[in-house]
Structure formats: structure tokens, C-alpha cells
Write a protein that binds this ligand. Structure first.
Ligand code: AMX
Length: 429
């Protein structure tokens, strides 16, 4: 792993140097104002974090280093992790080294299965995923080293070590949860060392024999969901937790608990349910007018349209476009994909005029389409979709926190105020 470690070290040193200059040259520079609207509006748009793994442009979507989605959508999750944490794509040797490292570390300890199998069958797969990761927390190398005493300059190395151990186990852990809940608990226990993370996931889920392009979808899925800068609910949560030097298992589990909310990662499950409800009501080939009526009725009932809107994006999510390209190439006749297209035809116009134009972004996000593709390949238990999102998003948590620890970023602790303080303060303005 020397090559990866060396590259991360160099990146951290260079970022640290740049930040030191910024700090020394502009210690009092003002980045923005904090308004009442900001603090009552979920801190939306407040620039208050540094995140170097990725950046979301409101009009172009996700950037990793200077690469946009069309530049990296054909890469593997391993290449993407390398890119997130080092800032550059790996060479062939570096990639092979990383793949074999993940392979060596991929076995989930037996006690985790005992814990998960003892849980109620009604437990949501995201809860099991989060608990499965927490159950492995005892293995944290960071935790053990920290207890013995290590210099701050070594924190990132053990965060990276924990990250590699954790990421390697995610396909087996996630697939095991799928099989415990939906396949009578029969785990696929043999492994194939030639498989990459996405191949191993597909194999252990039990799908590969039916359709090899499902592994390609899973590869794309794990790439597109990997990171979305630092302020989204899940990444931010994992950053806050890790900033207290809680290890990466604790931080990843916490981040995933945020991802499990319907306004965030759970939206992919809700979207598939939404389409299923349309099909239940109108059949598998609803007309555009029927879809429009369903959307309007949903809004009239006070619900949001899942898969539409975004806190940062102001265009169709390029991840949506990338999945659509895959769908058109592999399953254009899927009734679910067809309904996704009909929703895309009607929802933006409806949302534009909804609530007096209050919806900041009427365009689809990644969750509007991802589940329909999984469904096409036979993964019909849509409660599992957010786990698929989560496997990928942990790559981002790990990369962000490794770098944050390398930069010795302090514990995150913004100040809150009371309403009384606010009233008093504003009276004096
Ligand atoms: N359907 C109905 N109303 C919507 C809407 C949608 N898809 N998107 C936004 N709105 C409403 C909001 O609920 C809000 O209404 P309120 O002020 O009466 O509460 C108003 O429009 C303004 O919100 P906004 O500034 O446009 O969005 P936001 O930054 O507050 O929230 C998001 C962003 C994603 C939570 C919101 O668009 C939403 O709820 N979308 C549906 C759920 C979804 O798809 N989530 C997944 C997002 C991507 C991800 O994290 N995986």
C-alpha cells in the first residue's frame, strides 16, 4: 500500500501548505455574511467547511478534482476511491495494488452475522447496515493506536488504514444483509479473488448468473454515489463525528443514519415506491396525463415528489443523465424506466409553478432513476436501495475524513443561539 499512502501523504502536505498560506495571509478575510435566513434555513448556502475530495457546481454537478461525471463514469469504485483520496486516478499498478488490498481485507467477522441474524426481520436494511458497521468498530486500528498514544501527524494514516478495512468489507456486509432479509438468510460464502468491489457485491447478492450487465450497473452505481462535497446531511454528519476523533466505523455509521432519511438517500426507495403506486393505479404503461394527475394529487396531499429538487443543484442532476444513458443502452423497454421518463416530462413544469415558485430546483436528482434500473435487473426489494447508495457514499466519508485528519482540522463546533438571544440581538440592529 506504499504507493497509495505516499500519494495521500503528498496531497495532505500540499493542501496543508496552501491552507497555512491562506490562514497566514488572510486570517480575518470575510467569506460571507450569516443572515437570519441562513440560520433558520438549515444553513443553506453558508460556506463553512473545506472539502477537497469533491465539489458540486449548481449547474454542472459533481466534480472530483477537475473531472466531471462524463470523465469518470466509466471508472471503477476502486479508481474513484483512489481519486477522491489522492486527487488523481491510479496507474495500472496502483489500481491492482488497491484491488488486491481490498480483496485481502474483505471478510466480515463471524460475530457480525450473529448480531445481524438475531435482529427482527422487520428491521430496515439501512439500520442493519449501520449496525453491521458499528459491530466492526472493535477492529478500529485508529482506536487502538490512539489509546496507546500517537502523534497528531499519524491520525490520517490510521484513518486511512481503517477506511481500507471498512470499504473492503462493505460488499460482503451489504450483500449478506440482503440475503438475511430477502433470501432466507442463505449467505453466499465462497469468494472469487478476481472480482472487484462491484463484481464481488453482485456475486454475493446472488445475481451474477442471471445477467452479467447487472455488475456493470452496480459498478456505475458505486461510482455515481461516491461523494457530493462536504455539507450534505450524511457527509457532514460523518465529518462532525470523526472530528471528535471517533473512528471511521463510528463516523460512517452515523453518516449512514443521515443517509437513511427520505429527504436524502432514502429518496431512491421512495421513488421506486412512487412508481409502483402509479403502476398499481394505472397499469404498467400509464399515459402522460395519468402521471401528471398522480403527481398533482401527491402534492395536493402535502407530500414531496421524490427524486426531484436539490439543495445545491439547479439543473438536471448529471448522475440522473448518466443513469439514463445506461438505461437507454441496456433496458430501454423497462416499464419502470418508461415511467421515469414520463415523470421527467411532467414534474419540472408542475414544480416550477408549485408554492408560488418556491421550489428552488424543479429538476430530477439521482434518486429519480437509480432504483428503476436496479428493479429492472430483479432487485425488487426496494428497501435495499439506500444500502446500495450507502456502500458508495462510505468511499466519500472515508476520503473526506482521512484528509480532514491529515490537515489536523479541529473538532467541529458551531455556536447556537436561543430565540431570546436572536430577538435581543436584532432589536439592537
Ligand atoms: N416536491 C415538493 N416540494 C418540494 C420539492 C419536491 N420535490 N422540492 C422542494 N420542495 C419544496 C420544499 O419542501 C420547500 O417547501 P417548504 O418551504 O414549504 O417546506 C420548498 O420547495 C423550498 O425548498 P427548496 O429550497 O427547493 O429545497 P431544499 O433545499 O429545502 O430541499 C430537497 C432539497 C432535496 C430536500 C427537496 O427538494 C426535496 O424534499 N426533494 C424530494 C426528496 C428527494 O428527492 N431527496 C433526495 C435529494 C438528493 C439526495 O440527497 N439523495
Amino acid at each position: 500500500m506504499e504507493k497509495l499512502i505516499e500519494k495521500v501523504k503528498r496531497r495532505i502536505e500540499s493542501l496543508a501548505q496552501e491552507l497555512e498560506h491562506i490562514y497566514n495571509d488572510y486570517p480575518e478575510a470575510v467569506i460571507g455574511e450569516i443572515t437570519v435566513k441562513n440560520i433558520l434555513g438549515g444553513m443553506r448556502g453558508m460556506k463553512s467547511l473545506v472539502c477537497n475530495t469533491s465539489y458540486v457546481d449548481p449547474y454542472k454537478g459533481l466534480f472530483i478534482s477537475d473531472l466531471e461525471i462524463p470523465d469518470f463514469e466509466d471508472k471503477s469504485p476502486e479508481e474513484i476511491f483512489f481519486l477522491l483520496v489522492t486527487g488523481s486516478l491510479p496507474s495500472v499498478d496502483e489500481l491492482n495494488e488497491l484491488k488486491s488490498e481490498f480483496n485481502k481485507r474483505s471478510r466480515v467477522p463471524q460475530h457480525v452475522w450473529t448480531t445481524l441474524k438475531s435482529m427482527s426481520q422487520t428491521t430496515h436494511p439501512m439500520t442493519m447496515f449501520s449496525i453491521g458497521i458499528l459491530a466492526m468498530e472493535g477492529e478500529s486500528v485508529f482506536k487502538q493506536k490512539y489509546a496507546r498514544g500517537i502523534p497528531k501527524s499519524d491520525y490520517w494514516k490510521y484513518t486511512l488504514e481503517d477506511s481500507l478495512n471498512l470499504i473492503a468489507k462493505l460488499p460482503e456486509l451489504a450483500a449478506g444483509i440482503y440475503r438475511i432479509l430477502f433470501m432466507n438468510g442463505e449467505l453466499i460464502d465462497t469468494s472469487d479473488e478476481k472480482l472487484d468491489l462491484a463484481g464481488n457485491l453482485t456475486y454475493r447478492l446472488g445475481f451474477n448468473r442471471h445477467n452479467p450487465s447487472f455488475a456493470d450497473l452496480n459498478r456505475l452505481y458505486l461510482v455515481l454515489h461516491c461523494d457530493h462535497e462536504g455539507g450534505n446531511v450524511s457527509a457532514f454528519t460523518s465529518r462532525v463525528v470523526n472530528s471528535a476523533l471517533s473512528n471511521i466505523y463510528l463516523a460512517a455509521s452515523a453518516g449512514l443514519n443521515g443517509l437513511a432519511g427520505p429527504l436524502h438517500g432514502l429518496a431512491n426507495q421512495v421513488c421506486l415506491n412512487f412508481i409502483t403506486c402509479i403502476h398499481d393505479q394505472f397499469g404498467n404503461n400509464p399515459t402522460v396525463d395519468q402521471v401528471r394527475d398522480f403527481v398533482t394529487a401527491t402534492l395536493d396531499a402535502g407530500k414531496v415528489i421524490p427524486g426531484y429538487g436539490h439543495a445545491v443543484l439547479r439543473v438536471t442532476d448529471p448522475r440522473f443523465t448518466s443513469f439514463m444513458k445506461f438505461g437507454d443502452a441496456h433496458c430501454s423497454d423497462s416499464p419502470y424506466l418508461q415511467t421515469v421518463k414520463k415523470l421527467f416530462q411532467v414534474v419540472p413544469d408542475i414544480l416550477r409553478s408549485y408554492k408560488g415558485g418556491k421550489v428552488a430546483n424543479p429538476w430530477p436528482n439521482v434518486d429519480a432513476i437509480s432504483g428503476s434500473l436496479l428493479y429492472h435487473y430483479g432487485m425488487t426489494h426496494y428497501e435495499f436501495y439506500t444500502v446500495m447508495f450507502g456502500i458508495s457514499r462510505v468511499l466519500g466519508f472515508c476520503a473526506q475524513n482521512t484528509i480532514a485528519r491529515g490537515l489536523h482540522q479541529p473538532i467541529i463546533r458551531p455556536k447556537s443561539v436561543t430565540t431570546a438571544w436572536l430577538k435581543e440581538y436584532l432589536k439592537k440592529q
